[in-house]
Design a protein around this ligand. Structure first.
Ligand code: XIL
Length: 370
């Protein structure tokens, strides 16, 4: 066993390689959750939207005091960068970069390839032209422009699909046109334009004990093993960790060996999109918050036992902006499960009051590896 001191020395060195650009500043990024995480050599962050940060001083304050790392929730996606062909919109990313730099925060680059985040015109172009150079040009403009400011990138988002996929890989436009080798091609292309960046694959539903998620874990490990065996440039993985109170108990024997297998391949792990989907909205807010906090504590106590886990990001800070509220809320059977608006699966409520989930994060980030 490593002593805590040895671990901290190792973790600091690991972090220095992870965050070549902003480590010095991030160390001063205020108090709060990042400060707690930093004591065990980790980093805490949240997904943000610049328009929301600019409009809401209390959100901006919480982001400033809690986060050492920010993930643009939408601004780097192709359908934000170039929603209409030829109309390139860097402005929100530039603003975020400036904002983060002022506060000594690192930016986690999300994401270069994601079919759902690709504008229709670009998908049409790919279908007709079957043109990798077109994808490479998209990589080039982002990786070069943000070279000094974004040290880590989700190169491919959500490549796994064990239900309708081909050998466990999602049959998206990229896979159909370029074959399953599109993932390694994307990693090579990213490495070409970003020799120093950390290159990641990011995916979801690896947490629970059901056959779909068991298949997904197997497929993901198989993909990683293949990429490593071929020497493809891959530095780490993002585990989205959208937890779900309807999916049954989280088990140590499911999650720990999965993370260990990734660590054994020499890959870094970031928890990239942590939040909790509720299923039953009828209880009091206090009870619901306890359930959410317990789920987060249960997950992080397992995940943060793994040294390869270098950071934790929540998918937003406040319930007010949760994608679960916006995109899923309307599908709930209200007569049976109550009113889902809002889902209470983030650390702050809609009026920016910290909830029990905040405490759970603080305890798990602080208690880990000590
Ligand atoms: C979501 C954003 O939160 C939404 O605002 C947007 O409309 C769609 O994308 N997995 C991912 C994220 O990797 O990029 C998604 O973010 C949530 C699921």
């Amino acid at each position: 066993m490593l002593s805590r001191r040895d671990f901290l020395a190792g973790a600091t060195a690991a972090l220095a390689t992870t965050l070549p650009v902003h480590l010095g500043h991030a160390a001063n990024a205020g108090t709060g959750l990042n400060e707690v995480a930093r004591r065990s050599g980790r980093i805490f962050g949240a997904a943000v939207r610049m328009d929301q940060v600019a409009a809401e001083p209390r959100l901006a304050d919480a982001i400033a005091s809690q986060c050492g790392m920010l993930t643009p929730e939408i601004h780097l996606k192709w359908n934000s960068i170039e929603y209409r062909k030829g109309q390139v919109w860097y402005q929100p990313v530039d603003a975020l970069v400036k904002h983060a730099r002022r506060q000594g925060q690192m930016i986690y680059g999300h994401t270069l390839i994601w079919e759902q985040g690709t504008p229709d015109w670009a998908l049409h172009h790919l279908h007709h032209e079957k043109d990798w150079d077109f994808i490479a040009a998209h990589f080039e403009r982002l990786l070069k422009r943000y070279r000094a400011d974004i040290p880590v990138w989700d190169v491919v988002n959500e490549p796994i699909d064990t239900q309708n996929g081909s050998n466990g890989l999602r049959r998206n436009t990229f896979q159909r046109i370029f074959g399953s080798g599109y993932i390694e091609q994307a990693l090579h292309t990213a490495r070409h334009f970003a020799p120093e960046a950390k290159l990641m694959l990011n995916d979801y539903s690896f947490e629970y004990d059901n056959y779909v998620e068991a298949d997904r874990r197997r497929a993901f490990l198989k993909l990683l093993e293949k990429l490593k065996a071929k020497g493809v440039p891959l530095d780490g993985v993002g585990i989205q960790a959208h937890l779900d109170l309807g999916k049954g108990p989280l088990r140590h024997q499911t999650i720990a060996p999965f993370l260990q297998a990734i660590a054994d391949m020499g890959l870094e792990i970031y928890i990239t999109e942590l939040d909790v989907k509720e299923r039953d909205y009828r209880a009091t807010a206090a009870i619901r918050d306890q359930r959410v906090a317990d789920e987060v504590a249960r997950y992080l106590d397992i995940a943060l036992d793994q040294r390869a886990v270098k950071g934790v990001t929540t998918w937003g800070l406040s319930d007010k902006h949760s994608w679960l509220k916006v995109e899923r809320g309307d599908r709930v059977d209200r007569r049976r499960y109550g009113n889902p608006a809002p889902n209470r699966g983030l650390p702050y409520d809609v009026s920016m009051k910290p909830k029990l989930m905040y405490k759970a994060l603080e305890r798990s980030l602080g208690g880990s590896l000590s």
